[in-house]
Every structure is written in structure tokens, then in C-alpha cells.
Ligand binder design. Structure first.
Ligand SMILES: Nc1ncnc2c1ncn2[C@@H]1O[C@H](COP(=O)(O)OP(=O)(O)OP(=O)(O)O)[C@@H](O)[C@H]1O
Ligand SMILES: [Mg+2]
Length: 356
């Protein structure tokens, strides 16, 4: 089972880090430590990611996201705490064992992906395999498949400078996919892209994830991206994870004002989906009476009209058409606040958050 577990992770930079962890455990905060000349980059971070899940980490600059990610693949040794992946405690491995795990089981995709300009797209995609010592024929086969997965079929022989920024980023993704790693770590991987291309990449990642079911940790500054991609979203502030939840939890029940402030500009009628807010159908529910049938990924903005014309809940199905839940009008209104026309939805969402 390729489950990822972070247990009480700490990373302190500076003098006497172990002492600093003790102080943090006894309630000291980041500011106090800074006075001693140490930086508590990550403080007591714990979470679990199941295979097939995308775990998003978001937070302001300096909140500790990248440091957390680097501890997950052993690039940075935790000052305290454990990382377990695939049943192995990565924090107990020797440097050599860790390198082995990193090259076989973990892939990283960065914000600015450095492609080798003098190598073809195919060679670039196969680079991770080359590092692993995979023979050329096998490498080219797997890199070709990965490029196809990343939507770059037909570009194998091109040079990086013939590709747009978005396509170059796809080569980065293909490089990570080609290694067959079960754990993908993505640090602001789409942040440098234009909004439209970025959305496209998000769709592509979600599509890939449906098939490949990797364990993914994805860092972003962008709340909309977090909401689209994250099965779970962790919000970090000053080194601590202040809330972990799905998009609905973060929007509807923010843990504190910091999280609420983050979400205040989000249009929840477009972010929340039928699948996120649906309830169990009651025993008397007859699907044929529903005013509409939608799939789980339908934004709830599309439920306003059917919900306002019928007292029977909207039916929600999975991609195969199987009934998985219902959205009664009361549920929709509870999530949004009060009755409204769709064009009022974003105004309304602000009111809900500031009143929370
Ligand atoms: N090698 C290091 N030595 C000392 N301090 C560090 C080191 N790496 C990170 N830090 C500090 O740790 C804190 C967290 O940094 P980190 O890069 O993890 O934040 P981040 O959330 O990824 O920020 P950004 O969104 O800007 O990428 C910052 O205060 C940073 O200055
Ligand atoms: Mg960072």
C-alpha cells in the first residue's frame, strides 16, 4: 500500500534545532525562536495521503510548504518526526537507501522545469530513467508512453525550444510519470503557466490520476487550484498546518480567520460540486421524480434552477450513471447561506465567510 504518512514533522534551521523542537512542543512560537536565531520552518505537521488521492498544501510565502515537501522525499532531514511511505519509515533509511527510494518510488515536479535544450523531448522525458540506469530501449518505450499520457504524442523528436511553456511543463510531468514512481511531489508545478493552460494542466492531472492512482502531494498558492485538485487541502501558516479538510470543509467551516480570509474571494457556487455537498437519498426517493440528474463533478451553480423548481432533490450519479447521492434544496441553501439568484452567488459567498 503506497500510503504516505507524515507524523509530527518538525524542521528547524539554525543553532540547536533539537532544543528548539522541545521549546515548540512546550508552546513556544516561531517568533520567540527567531529571537534565538533559529527558524522553525515546519512545526508538528501530521497527515496521511491514501493512494489515488491528491493532497494539496497551501499557504502564504514562507509558511513552510516547500520545506515540508522536501522532508517527504528525504532531500531535507526532519529535525523530529517520521515519514512513512509504502510501509517504510523513510526517516530511518541510510543515505544510500534513501537515494534508492527517491529514484524508484518518488518523483518531483518543480515550478520551473529545467529541460535539457540539446536533448529531444523524448530524451528529456526519459531522463529520470537514465539516472536509474534503465537501458535505452526500455527507457524510450516508457518515455514514449509517459509523453502520450501527458498529451504530447507526436512531439517525441522535437527540441524543447519548439514547445510552448505549457508543453514544456508537460514534459516535466512526463519525466515524473515515466519513472513509474508511486509518489508524485509537485511544488507549484503549474504556477508559471498562463491561466488557461494552467486549467488545462489541472484537468490533465485529474484525468491522469483517475487512471494511475498515484499518491500526490501538490503545493500551490492558488486557492482555486487547491479546490479543483485537492481531495484534502492542508492550509499552512507560520510553519503549522492550521486546517486539513476537503474543499467544502475549508469553505464552509474554516478553522480560523486566517483560513476564512484565504477563502473569501472564492466563488463557492462554482468551486463546490454536487459530489461535495450531496447527501444520502431518503428511502422514499424516486429518481424519476428528480428535477434533474447530474454527475458528481457538476458545479453547484447548475443546481440552482432545478432546486428552485422542485421540492424533490436533484439526483447525483457517478460517471457510469449509478445513483450516489442527492442534493435537496435545503442542503444547497445551507451551503450557500440563503435563497438567491445564481448571479448573486459570489456576493453571497463573501457574506457567509465573513459571518462565519
Ligand atoms: N535552508 C534553509 N535555511 C534557513 N532557513 C530556511 C531554509 N529553507 C527555508 N528556510 C526558511 O523556512 C521558512 C519556510 O520556507 P519555505 O521555503 O518552506 O516556505 P514556502 O511556504 O515554500 O514559501 P514560498 O511560497 O515562497 O515558496 C522560511 O522562513 C524560510 O526562510
Ligand atoms: Mg516554496
Amino acid at each position: 500500500m503506497s500510503r504516505l504518512q507524515a507524523e509530527h514533522l518538525y524542521k528547524v534551521f539554525g543553532r540547536r534545532p533539537i532544543d528548539a523542537v522541545e521549546k515548540l512542543r512546550h508552546g513556544a512560537d516561531r517568533e520567540e525562536l527567531r529571537a534565538d536565531g533559529t527558524t522553525a520552518a515546519v512545526i508538528d505537521a501530521s497527515f496521511e495521503v491514501e493512494p489515488g488521492q491528491i493532497f494539496v498544501v497551501m499557504g502564504l510565502s514562507g509558511s513552510g510548504k516547500s520545506t515540508l515537501l522536501r522532508m517527504l522525499n528525504g532531500l531535507s532531514e526532519p529535525t523530529a518526526g517520521h515519514v512513512r511511505f509504502d510501509g517504510q519509515d523513510l526517516t530511518r533509511l541510510s543515505a544510500r537507501e534513501m537515494r534508492e527510494v527517491r529514484s524508484k518510488k518518488i518523483s518531483m515536479v518543480f515550478q520551473h522545469f529545467a529541460l535539457f535544450p540539446h536533448r529531444s523531448v523524448l530524451e528529456n522525458a526519459g531522463y529520470g530513467l537514465e539516472v536509474q540506469g534503465v537501458p535505452r530501449a526500455e527507457r524510450e518505450k516508457r518515455a514514449t508512453e509517459a509523453l502520450e499520457l501527458a498529451g504530447l504524442k507526436g512531439w517525441e523528436k522535437s527540441w524543447p525550444d519548439e514547445l510552448s511553456g505549457g508543453m514544456q511543463q508537460r514534459v516535466g510531468l512526463a519525466r515524473a510519470l515515466a519513472t513509474d514512481a508511486d509518489l508524485l511531489l509537485m511544488d507549484e508545478s503549474f504556477s508559471a503557466l498562463d491561466p488557461l493552460i494552467r486549467r488545462d494542466m489541472q484537468d490533465q492531472l485529474l484525468e491522469l490520476q483517475k487512471r494511475l492512482k498515484k499518491t500526490i502531494v501538490f503545493i500551490t498558492h492558488d486557492l482555486n487550484e487547491a479546490m479543483r485538485l485537492g481531495d484534502q487541502i492542508a492550509v499552512m501558516r507560520d510553519g503549522r498546518i492550521v486546517q486539513i479538510g476537503n474543499a467544502e470543509d475549508i469553505l464552509v467551516t474554516p478553522a480560523n480567520d486566517y483560513v476564512a480570509a484565504f477563502t473569501q474571494d472564492v466563488d463557492r457556487s462554482r468551486v463546490l460540486t454536487a459530489g461535495a455537498i450531496m447527501a444520502e437519498p431518503e428511502s422514499g426517493f424516486v429518481r424519476a421524480d428528480a428535477p434533474a440528474t447530474v454527475t458528481e463533478d457538476t458545479p453547484i451553480i447548475e443546481l440552482f434552477t432545478p432546486c428552485s423548481t422542485s421540492v424533490v432533490p436533484v439526483a447525483v450519479t457517478d460517471a457510469d450513471g449509478k445513483l450516489v447521492g442527492v442534493v435537496p434544496r435545503a442542503r444547497l441553501l445551507a451551503v450557500l447561506g440563503e435563497p438567491m439568484a445564481p448571479e448573486d452567488a459570489s456576493q453571497e459567498s463573501k457574506k457567509v465567510v465573513s459571518g462565519a
